[in-house]
Design a binder for this molecule. Structure first.
Ligand SMILES: Nc1nc2c(c(=O)[nH]1)N[C@H]1C(S)=C(S)[C@@H](COP(=O)(O)O)O[C@H]1N2
Ligand SMILES: [Mo]
Length: 524
C-alpha cells in the first residue's frame, strides 16, 4: 500500500517535471521565434506540416465541423499531444535521466524538420526555435530528475534519499516563472514584427477607381429578416486558408514578380506601381470549393484592383486561344501557397484582378493584404491567391499547384447554387404567410430564375431581387402559405444559359458540391 502510494506520487512528480520541461521548451522556442523568425514557432510549423499532410477528406471534414475554428482545434490538439508526451518523458526521466531528457531533444528535432519542410522556410534560422527550446527543456528535465532523486535510478519514494524536495520546488518555481516571462516576451516581439505591416496598412490611401462599379441597382438588396445581406461586411466575410499565422506583409517592401513561359518582358511591381495604374472596382461573389450545398463559404464584396489581363499583356503574355504557350497561371503567396488558374479565363475579358481594396478599405490581413488575386467564376482555390507575391506563367502539364497535388481538380469553375437562408432548418414558423428567402449564384452566367418546392408539390417561381452583375449572387424570396405540420422546402436556380441547377448530389471533392438545398420546418 505504502509503496503503491509512493509509486503514485513519484509518477505525479515525474509527470509534473515533464510538463514543466515541455512548457519551458515551448516558451523558449516562442522567445527565439519572436527574436528571429515568428513563422518558425514549433506549434506553427508542426501544425502547418500536419495541414499539408492531412488527406483532403479529413481537411474537408475539419472545415465542415469546426469551420473557421479549425486551426484553433488543430493547435489545441498538438498541445495536448505534446503535453502527454512531455508528462510521459518526465516519468521516464526519474528512472533514466538521459533517456527522458533526450526524448525532449528528439521532439525538438521533429519541430526542426517540420520547420525546414515549410514552403516558406528561409534556411537554418527556421530550426532555431525548436532546437533551442528543446535544449532548454531537456536540460531542465535532466536537472529536475536529479533533484527528484532520479540519478540513483531506483524508485525510492518521494521521501527517499535522492529526493531534494526544496531543490525540486525551487527549480520548478524558477522554471515556471522564467518560462512564462520568456513566452510573454516572445509573444510581444512577434506582435512587434507585424507592426510595420499594420502601419503600412493604416497609411494606405486607396485611389479612386478609374472604372467605378456601377451602383448596385435599387431592388438588389432585399430587406427580409434572416436573408444573407447582398454585400458581406469584411468582418463577416468567410476565411479559408492554410495559414496558422496570418502573414503580415509590409506594403512598403512588397513586390510582385511576373515571369515564366511566354513572358517576353518579366517584371516586378511595387504597390505604388499598381496604385498608379487605372483601377477597376467590381462587385464579385467569391465562393470556396469546400462549401457544401447550403453552406456558408461564399461572400460578396466590392473589390478595387488592377485588371490582371492588362498587366499580363504588358509582360507580353498572350492567351492560348491566340497562340500563347502558357495555359496555366500559377500564383504564389508569401507563405508558399500555390494556386493555378487558366490563362484563358484570366484574359477572356472578365474582371480578373489583383485586388487592393475590399468594401472601401485596404484588404484586411485575413483577406490577403496588401494584394490578392480574384477571378470571377472560379472557386477560390484556383484563383483567389491572398498575400500574393509571384505570378508564373506555365502549363497545366508542367505544374500542379498545392490543392491539385492533393487530388482537387485542375480546373474548377463555380457550380450553380442556391440556398435557403430563412426559415432555418427545424424552425417552427406559425401557419399563414411565411417568407422563404435566400441567395443563388452562378458567377459569369448569372441567375435568371429561382424556384421553390414545398414537399412533393410543383416548382413555384420565387421573386428575384434585381441583378447586380452576372458575377454576383442574387437574393430571392418566396411567399409561402404555410399549413400546420412538417414540411420540406427545396430550392433550385436556373443560370443565364438556361441550365437548371442539377439535382445530382456531389461531394465538395474534387471540384465543388452540387445538388439541391432543402430545409425541414414544422409549421405550428
Ligand atoms: N495564400 C493563400 N491564398 C488563398 C488560400 C490559402 O490557403 N492561402 N486559400 C484559397 C481558398 S481555398 C479560398 S476559398 C479563398 C478564400 O478567401 P477568403 O479567405 O478571403 O474568403 O482564398 C484562397 N486564397
Ligand atoms: Mo476554398
Amino acid at each position: 500500500m505504502n509503496s503503491f502510494r509512493s509509486t503514485l506520487s513519484r509518477t505525479a512528480l515525474g509527470a509534473s517535471a515533464g510538463l514543466l520541461a515541455g512548457f519551458i521548451a515551448l516558451a523558449v522556442a516562442e522567445l527565439v521565434a519572436g527574436l528571429f523568425r515568428p513563422a518558425a514557432g514549433p506549434v506553427t510549423v508542426v501544425g502547418g506540416a500536419v495541414i499539408d499532410r492531412t488527406p483532403a477528406a479529413v481537411k474537408d471534414f475539419a472545415i465542415r465541423t469546426f469551420g473557421e475554428n479549425d486551426k484553433t482545434v488543430l493547435q489545441l490538439g498538438i498541445l495536448v499531444v505534446l503535453a502527454l508526451v512531455a508528462a510521459a518523458l518526465g516519468v521516464l526521466a526519474l528512472r533514466h535521466r538521459r533517456v527522458g531528457a533526450s526524448g525532449i531533444l528528439l521532439f525538438g528535432l521533429v519541430g526542426a524538420v517540420a520547420a525546414l519542410s515549410r514552403p516558406d522556410a528561409e534556411g537554418a534560422v527556421d530550426v532555431l526555435p525548436s532546437l533551442v527550446g528543446a535544449v532548454a527543456g531537456a536540460v531542465f528535465l535532466y536537472a529536475m530528475a536529479g533533484k527528484a532523486g532520479g540519478a540513483s535510478g531506483s524508485a525510492e519514494g518521494t521521501g527517499g534519499a535522492g529526493w531534494n524536495r526544496r531543490g525540486f520546488l525551487v527549480m520548478a518555481g524558477a522554471g515556471a516563472v522564467g518560462a512564462t516571462s520568456a513566452g510573454l516576451l516572445g509573444r510581444y516581439l512577434t506582435g512587434r514584427q507585424g507592426q510595420g505591416a499594420v502601419a503600412s496598412r493604416n497609411a494606405l490611401v486607396l485611389p479612386a477607381p478609374g472604372s467605378p462599379a456601377p451602383p448596385v441597382p435599387r431592388g438588389a438588396r432585399l430587406k427580409v429578416p434572416g436573408i444573407t445581406p447582398f454585400t458581406t461586411p469584411n468582418k463577416d466575410f468567410y476565411r479559408v486558408d492554410t495559414a496558422l499565422v496570418v502573414p503580415k506583409v509590409d506594403a512598403g517592401t512588397w513586390r510582385l514578380r511576373i515571369h515564366g513561359t511566354g513572358v517576353s518582358r518579366a517584371r516586378s511591381f511595387t504597390l505604388e506601381d499598381l496604385l498608379a495604374r487605372p483601377l477597376i472596382e467590381r462587385d464579385i461573389t467569391l465562393t470556396c470549393v469546400s462549401n457544401e450545398v447550403g453552406g456558408p463559404y461564399a461572400g460578396n464584396a466590392r473589390w478595387l484592383g488592377v485588371r490582371l489581363a492588362d498587366l499580363l499583356a504588358e509582360c507580353g503574355v498572350t492567351p492560348p486561344s491566340r497562340g500563347g504557350k502558357a495555359d496555366q497561371l500559377v500564383a504564389r503567396s508569401v507563405d508558399g501557397m500555390t494556386l493555378g488558374s487558366p490563362v484563358e479565363d484570366v484574359m477572356d475579358g472578365r474582371d480578373a484582378m489583383l485586388a487592393v481594396g475590399m468594401n472601401g478599405e485596404p484588404l484586411p490581413f485575413d483577406h490577403g493584404f496588401p494584394v490578392r488575386m480574384l477571378v470571377p467564376g472560379l472557386y477560390g482555390y484556383v484563383s483567389a491567391c491572398k498575400w500574393i507575391e509571384d505570378i508564373e506563367l506555365t502549363t497545366f502539364a508542367a505544374y500542379d499547384p498545392y490543392w491539385v497535388k492533393r487530388k482537387w481538380a485542375r480546373r474548377a469553375p463555380i457550380k450553380t447554387q442556391s440556398r435557403i437562408d430563412t426559415p432555418k432548418p427545424f424552425a417552427r414558423p406559425a401557419a399563414g404567410t411565411v417568407t422563404v428567402a435566400g441567395v443563388a449564384w452562378a458567377q459569369r452566367r448569372g441567375i435568371t430564375r429561382v424556384q421553390v418546392r414545398v414537399d412533393d408539390g410543383p416548382w413555384q417561381d420565387a421573386d428575384l431581387a434585381a441583378q447586380d452583375t452576372v458575377d454576383t449572387w442574387r437574393q430571392w424570396t418566396y411567399r409561402w402559405q404555410a399549413t400546420p405540420g412538417g414540411h420540406n422546402l427545396t430550392v433550385r436556380a436556373t443560370d443565364g444559359t438556361g441550365q437548371v441547377q442539377t439535382e445530382q448530389r456531389a461531394r465538395t471533392i474534387p471540384d465543388g458540391a452540387s445538388g439541391w438545398h432543402g430545409v425541414f420546418v414544422t409549421v405550428t
